[in-house]
Write a protein that binds this ligand. Structure first.
Ligand SMILES: NC(=O)c1ccc[n+]([C@@H]2O[C@H](COP(=O)([O-])OP(=O)(O)OC[C@H]3O[C@@H](n4cnc5c(N)ncnc54)[C@H](O)[C@@H]3O)[C@@H](O)[C@H]2O)c1
Ligand SMILES: O=c1ccn([C@@H]2O[C@H](COP(=O)(O)OP(=O)(O)O[C@H]3O[C@H](CO)[C@@H](O)[C@H](O)[C@H]3O)[C@@H](O)[C@H]2O)c(=O)[nH]1
Length: 434
């Protein structure tokens, strides 16, 4: 099938490369020329395991040429279906900001005005229930002068990939959700996904666009709340002198609970959980429903960095002293620092007048945009040298292997937000929930 993917960020680039790998012919459309050039050179514009290999295989010279990129929307006229993978950030009040989606939909609609035959538009971005039907579809109809369901199809296909394991998650999904408001759009989505469904036996959920949109928010809300619940339990464990990780391992054996997403610590960050829980809470409030559980999950999450800093305060006054932050990415395996827990931790250190020195294997450059004035070290050893405290924020494997490097600290106070290292003699060790 000939496919176009509008927006070539974490989702758009990953799914375009994976679609090409499934045998489709794909064009990525983005407004950012650097991204377009990178894809056309067969290079990954983002850090994601397995993506460089797929881009080398399908884009650039000596490839299958099944994937290319452009800034020109007109190129999507040569395709059968378009996936919209544009950002859906949050407004100041937490509600969804659909403006980029609306701009993209208008550009797409105006382009489709020149198309004589059927085209299916699939919303891949995370959008509040009703957005596809009530906001995106009317824009497409207005700009194309066509009628949804008659001249073009509308689908909604939420994406569940995680950063760091995006390619693997896309090619081996737990489920494929196909939301469509007309049969032809559903048939087109099947044609796109059947090669994946056939090779993985992934369960398929067929539904309408509104329900598909809600499934995405319910999925993220549930996972975020699960982490907050284990953090709440973990905080209680710490106060009662119990190891929350031993407790989590035991309760995870209950199939009704499940072993995943029970790692307590600094909480959830990233480009999705914070924004998506905020958006669905705001949507609930707009309908005069108070989402008490999700409010509490957010409150627990916001408190974890404060607790980490207070454990540090129990051991050392950091004013004027060098303090090391180990890990800046919102989780290992990515250079993404959007809503990373490192941000409130660094802010708390700055408020205390500490001299912050940070280390991350790949995310330092992105964090420099938030904090241009802190020091960034080239290695964990350099970051720890002469420090009065070390705060562990991201459990990169490299950080979990640190040991003798802590001996070079001025005072070896280590406050571990991710259970990354072991307690041992010679270190004043505080785990956040154990
Ligand atoms: N990042 C994830 O892990 C993830 C996973 C599942 C779902 N989502 C959802 O997918 C959507 C996209 O997220 P992302 O992380 O890939 O975003 P992103 O910010 O990484 O990428 C968005 C891309 O869109 C481009 N763009 C902006 N305006 C454009 C326009 N008018 N026309 C063409 N291109 C344009 C940008 O240049 C950028 O390359 C969001 O709704 C997000 O919530 C993200
Ligand atoms: O036991 C756990 C698991 C996760 N986290 C934290 O939770 C955050 C999110 O982690 P993860 O879900 O692995 O990363 P994302 O890439 O943000 O993926 C989530 O958000 C995506 C965007 O919507 C969805 O597609 C994915 O299904 C969903 O897992 C990170 O800060 C993790 O450190 C924990 O603290 N403890």
């Amino acid at each position: 099938m000939h496919l176009s993917v509008v927006g070539s960020g974490y989702v758009g680039t990953t799914i375009a490369a994976c679609f090409a790998d499934l045998g489709h012919d794909v064009v990525n459309v983005d407004i950012d020329e650097e991204i377009v050039d990178a894809i056309n050179a067969g290079e990954a514009p983002i850090h994601e395991d397995g993506l460089p290999e797929l881009l080398e295989k399908h884009a650039g010279s000596n490839s299958t040429n099944r994937l290319r990129a452009t800034t020109d929307y007109a190129e999507l006229l040569n395709t059968d279906a378009t996936f919209l993978c544009l950002p859906t950030p949050q407004n100041d009040d937490g509600s969804i900001d659909l403006s980029i989606m609306e701009t993209g939909a208008a550009q797409l609609g105006a382009t489709l005005a020149d198309k004589d035959d059927w085209h299916t538009v699939v919303v891949k971005s995370t959008v509040i229930p009703g957005s596809t039907e009530d906001k995106i579809t009317p824009i497409l109809e207005r700009e194309s002068n066509k009628i949804a369901g008659e001249d073009f199809g509308i689908g909604m296909n939420p994406e569940f990939l995680r950063e760091g394991t995006a390619v693997h998650d896309f090619l081996d999904p737990d489920k494929v959700v196909l939301g469509a408001d007309d049969d032809r759009a559903l048939a087109d989505m099947h044609e796109v996904f059947d090669p994946l469904i056939d090779q993985t036996d992934a369960p398929v959920v067929e539904t309408d666009t509104r329900t598909a949109e809600m499934i995405k928010y319910a999925n993220n809300s549930f996972l975020a709340a699960k982490v907050s619940l284990i953090n709440d339990i973990g905080n209680i464990c710490k106060e009662l002198g119990v190891d929350a990780y031993e407790v989590a391992d035991a309760i995870g054996l209950d199939d009704r609970i499940g072993a995943q997403f029970l790692r307590s610590g600094l909480g959830w960050g990233g480009s999705c959980f914070p924004k998506d829980t905020a958006a669905i809470r705001a949507a609930a409030r707009q309908h005069e429903y108070e989402p008490l559980m999700l409010d509490a999950a957010t409150e627990v999450n916001d408190e974890q960095p404060t607790r980490l800093l207070s454990f540090m305060d129990d051991h050392v006054d950091v004013r004027g002293k060098r303090v090391t932050v180990l890990g800046l990415a919102f989780k290992p395996g990515t250079d993404d620092v959007r809503n990373s827990r490192a941000i409130p931790v660094i802010e708390g250190l700055q408020q205390r007048g500490a001299k912050v020195v940070a280390y991350d294997p790949i995310a330092a450059e992105n964090m420099r945009e938030h904090f241009p004035n802190i020091q960034y070290a080239e290695s964990p050893a350099a970051a720890l040298d002469s420090a009065s405290a070390a705060l562990i924020v991201t459990d990169w494997e490299e950080i979990t292997l640190l040991d003798k490097e802590f001996d070079a600290m001025a005072t070896p106070v280590v406050v571990d937000g991710r259970r990354a290292i072991d307690r041992r003699d010679g270190i004043v060790y505080e785990g956040l929930t154990w």
